[in-house]
Design a protein around this ligand. Structure first.
Ligand SMILES: CC(C)(COP(=O)(O)OP(=O)(O)OC[C@H]1O[C@@H](n2cnc3c(N)ncnc32)[C@H](O)[C@@H]1OP(=O)(O)O)[C@@H](O)C(=O)NCCC(=O)NCCS
Length: 143
């Protein structure tokens, strides 16, 4: 498996990846997703020897104070093979100098949240409230 930075994206390939994890709000407008990838601070992908796209992660960052991991996903057919760990560890190392390394995920009262919390905790991340912080935001459309 190879982790590398990418700057241009194929809509069909990106659709297949996002569709595999059931992210409807993203696959409804895949051209917008591709624009968001191009506009990101960093996009890294995981590909196998044949070049197949296995997973992707992207950040929004000022490369000094904050790194926000906006998306991290692995094709559902390849979950549980260490790909998510490789992607997130790559980002944690790349942005180790930033004061804030953060992300938003579903609440652990949901099935997706429960799985994601287990994954992020395994990778050493902690929730805001565990370090005296809170996160605020405007209401997310179609959440
Ligand atoms: C979350 C996600 C990225 C994890 O990727 P993955 O490649 O399946 O995870 P890995 O195989 O790298 O797992 C890494 C570690 O987390 C643990 N882990 C992963 N999912 C877990 C779960 N549901 N419950 C418990 N532990 C879990 C693994 O056991 C593994 O531990 P180890 O490395 O110490 O053996 C993947 O499940 C995914 O794409 N989900 C759908 C999209 C999504 O919800 N992304 C997060 C949005 S913020």
């Amino acid at each position: 498996m190879r982790i590398s930075q990418e700057t241009s994206f194929d809509e069909a390939e990106i659709f297949e990846l996002y569709d595999s994890v059931g992210w409807g709000p993203w696959t409804r407008d895949i051209a917008r997703v591709c624009r968001s990838l191009v506009n990101s601070h960093l996009v890294i992908t995981a590909r196998n020897e044949s070049g197949q796209l296995l997973g992707l992660a992207r950040t929004v960052s000022d490369d000094e104070m904050v790194c926000y991991v906006q998306e991290l996903l692995v094709n559902a057919r390849f979950h549980g093979q260490g790909i998510g760990r490789r992607l997130l560890e790559h980002l944690m190392e790349r942005y180790a100098h930033c004061r804030y390394f953060m992300l938003t995920t579903d609440h652990e009262s949901t099935p997706e949240g429960l799985a994601n919390h287990a994954f992020y905790r395994r990778l050493g991340l902690i929730e805001h409230h565990e370090q005296g912080l809170s996160a605020f935001g405007l209401k997310v459309a179609d959440s």
